[in-house]
Design a protein around this ligand. Structure first.
Ligand code: NDP
Length: 685
């Protein structure tokens, strides 16, 4: 059954726009049947950027990090409910079910991970503080704090054809969390899947209008209208990336440009991982999987296979054998293990790159020109057998380290010692990821430390993690995705690091009172209030700066000895006068740090049932001055930060806790973390 090609539309300035001209025809990767037409002519691209900045920017910035996280969670769950529709559309791209899983559920999962990490790791505020308060004056009247605020522009995300959903969601999740609107431009070839996903996103009504716009087709003159408050991210070929990065308005406005381009990722077989070891088998499996998943059209796929010379023959035989069993075919057929490339043009492109590689390497398995499929017609669909190449002299070669054949193609190259293996990994001139398969800790340390400066991520594979490892080729939301040099020099994701890419870091200097007003966080030296015990206050009553100064308590030798025997901590510095005096840090026996923290809790606690529900930890605990027998402790506890939970009857409160001795010296400093009820007595639900 051949349906008429769908007309793709851009979602810009609040409505769907089909473009003005007939546009480009997009074909099914496996059958060549027409799927869609795409065109963006007639769109006013300056207005698109303006719409995002003017309409969505203020609405997003009004929301707190937790509000935005809740929005992303709702969106992720809504998309997950619609995933089957995406899987069906994804077949046109040539993706099998497992390829589609990486793109669709991998993308939605990434968005959900960002949402949950943001709720756990970011405060429920609109401004982020970065690092500690810096004292700048002796009398504490002038201090500084770095803050991060959302940029006032839009983020333009230009994506590659290989991951139409993941590529969009992994970029818009951190951007929206930061409070910045997005304009997404998918690669034309597979834009129908991105368009479908954006339609479903817009239909949910979860995002504020203008927070996500979509351009199907060329971005026209959009980059002529960027300002220093906008950001551009690019995934695709190094050639296009460099062109856009050096585009005059991008350069003139110092527009943040994140690029992820060609990457000649390497995987190294350790010298200990010869045939017969679990690591050898894992390596063979991983290389074959990386070559065939998404038909090798993954930016993280293994392109260079670096192996000890002694094991090369066995490796080539094992890989050739495994790859030879890969059934090519229509993506929806159950027997199919590898689908086609994204288009016939892409197949010609890959064949041309294989010819380039042949300058340095010979084909040892698979014939790029003779395609065998289990189903599907290789004249209509972009099928290509996996092709394994071998380069005997990789140090004298250039193509194998420079040419990215974006398909099921890898080159095996031998090394004689580990230093050579690391040096070969460097010849990729910067890659997204590299891996080492070894069970030897010394090999793991040498290779990882040697390869790390040239890579954004390094995976160690061995028998212990075989079952749980997420694999060489999987970028993960909490981890950095990007690489130096040839890989583009960019960084995406990386958990909450990725959110900060869309925020401006500013050093703010001033008096503690005014700095505290800016950040919403109490700063030492800012005003404080003393009335009822702050642990008697619910979130509704508690204020930043509410403070308790406790009674004082003397620490005796009996206290220390009792604590030592009670807990079993009879460390000599608490128990043995002579040994304690010989210790360079102490003049005599000292109290345990944990005894100080325990006494502090005893001093500041309000014992009756009340709004403080639990103490869930301390941050940055430091013991700064030794406490000797006879010293007197006192605590100053100040409400530092309040984070009400959106979907709970409580919130988190961070307390600045300072313990001093009779001379005013700070003996311990830390943040106490508590859960506090929003109202007290609790209102029955
Ligand atoms: P391109 O660099 O041609 O395209 C990438 C994106 O840039 C697409 O969305 C494309 O849109 C857009 N684009 C192209 N020209 C411009 C322009 N002048 N202004 C604004 N946007 C532009 O890469 P392809 O997707 O065609 O892939 C080509 C090769 O790139 C692959 O064969 C592979 O070698 C490499 N690649 C590398 C990836 C990596 O991460 N390492 C990922 C994907 C590809 P449109 O599609 O409409 O032209």
């Amino acid at each position: 059954m051949t349906a008429a090609p769908r007309r793709l539309e851009s979602y810009v300035c609040g409505s769907w726009n089909p473009g003005r001209s007939e546009g480009q025809l997009l074909s099914d990767a496996a059958t060549g049947a027409p799927v869609a037409r795409i065109d963006s002519s007639g769109i006013d691209f300056a207005a698109v950027l303006d719409h995002g900045r003017r309409v969505a920017g203020p609405k997003l910035r009004e929301m707190s990090f937790h509000d935005r996280a809740a929005m992303l969670k709702a969106l992720g769950l809504a998309l997950m409910e619609r995933k089957e529709e995406f899987y069906t559309e994804s077949l046109h791209t040539g993706a099998t079910r497992s390829d589609g899983w990486i793109d669709i559920e991998g993308g939605i999962g990434t968005m959900l991970t960002f949402a949950s990490k943001a709720r756990r790791e970011l405060p429920n505020t609109r401004v982020l503080t970065d690092g500690e308060v810096e004292p700048l004056s002796k009398d504490n009247s002038f201090v500084a704090q770095h803050i991060l605020t959302p940029m006032r522009g839009v983020a333009i995300h230009i994506n590659a054809f290989n991951f139409p959903i993941w590529g969009m969601l992994e970029k818009i999740a951190p951007t929206l969390l930061a409070g910045v609107p997005c304009v997404v431009k998918p690669a034309s070839q597979t834009a129908y899947l991105t368009e479908l996903c954006v339609r479903r996103i817009i239909e949910t009504g979860i995002l504020p209008e203008g927070a996500l716009q979509l351009v199907c087709g060329s971005v026209g003159d959009m980059l002529d209208h960027v300002t220093g408050q906008d950001a551009v991210t690019f995934t695709g070929s190094a050639w296009t990336g460099r062109k856009l990065k050096s585009y005059a308005p991008v350069v003139a406005n110092s527009v943040r440009f994140t690029m992820e381009a060609d990457s000649l990722n390497a995987s190294i077989l350790g010298p200990d991982a010869g045939p017969g070891t679990p690591e050898f088998d894992l390596f063979v499996k991983e290389v074959a999987r990386e070559m065939t998943a998404k038909a090798g059209q993954k930016c993280t796929a293994i392109r260079r296979v670096i192996a000890p010379r002694a094991h090369v023959q066995a490796l080539v035989a094992a890989l050739g054998d495994r790859l030879g069993k890969t059934t090519l075919g229509l993506p929806y057929e159950e027997a199919t293990r590898m689908g086609p490339l994204a288009s016939l043009d892409q197949r010609e492109e890959v064949r041309a790159r294989i010819r380039d590689l042949q300058a340095d390497a010979e084909i040892v398995a698979g014939n790029p020109d003779e395609v065998k499929t289990g189903s599907g017609d290789a004249t209509q669909g972009a099928f290509l057998n996996p092709v394994l190449m071998y380069c005997e002299k990789p140090f004298g070669a250039s193509a194998v380290h420079e040419v990215e054949a974006f398909g099921p193609v890898s080159t095996v190259m031998p090394y004689d010692d580990l230093e050579e293996a690391v040096a070969l990994s460097h010849l990729g001139k910067g890659s997204l990821v590299s891996s080492i398969f070894t069970d030897d800790p010394a090999v793991a340390a040498d290779v990882v430390l040697g390869a790390a400066p040239f890579h954004g991520r390094v995976l160690i594979g061995n028998r212990a993690s075989a079952k749980s490892s997420t694999g060489h080729g999987s970028p993960l939301a909490p981890l950095v995705h990007g690489g130096p040099g040839r890989a583009g020099g960019g960084e995406e994701m990386g958990g909450m690091r990725g959110v900060k890419h869309y925020m401006q870091r500013t050093a703010v200097q001033g008096s503690p009172r005014l700095l505290s007003a800016v950040t919403g966080r109490w700063v030492d030296g800012a005003p404080v209030q003393h009335d009822v015990h702050p642990f008697r206050k619910s979130l509704a009553e508690l204020r930043i700066g509410d403070q308790l100064i406790t009674a004082a308590r003397q620490v005796t030798q009996e206290d220390v000895e009792h604590f030592a025997h009670f807990t079993g901590d009879t460390f000599y510095a608490h128990m043995d006068t002579e040994a304690a005096r010989a210790n360079p840090f102490f003049d005599d026996r000292v109290a345990h740090g944990y005894l100080i923290a325990s006494f502090a809790a005893g001093l500041f606690v309000e014992p009756n049932p009340g709004p403080v529900l639990a103490n869930y930890g301390v941050d940055n605990l430091r013991f700064l001055t030794p406490v000797y027998f006879g010293d007197t402790l006192q605590v100053r506890l100040t409400c530092k930060e309040i984070n009400p939970r959106a979907s709970a009857e409580h919130g988190e409160v961070r307390w600045d806790c300072q313990v001093t001795n009779q001379n005013g010296a700070v003996v311990a400093q830390y943040d106490v973390l508590t859960m506090v009820a929003k109202t007290w007595p609790a209102v029955a639900a």
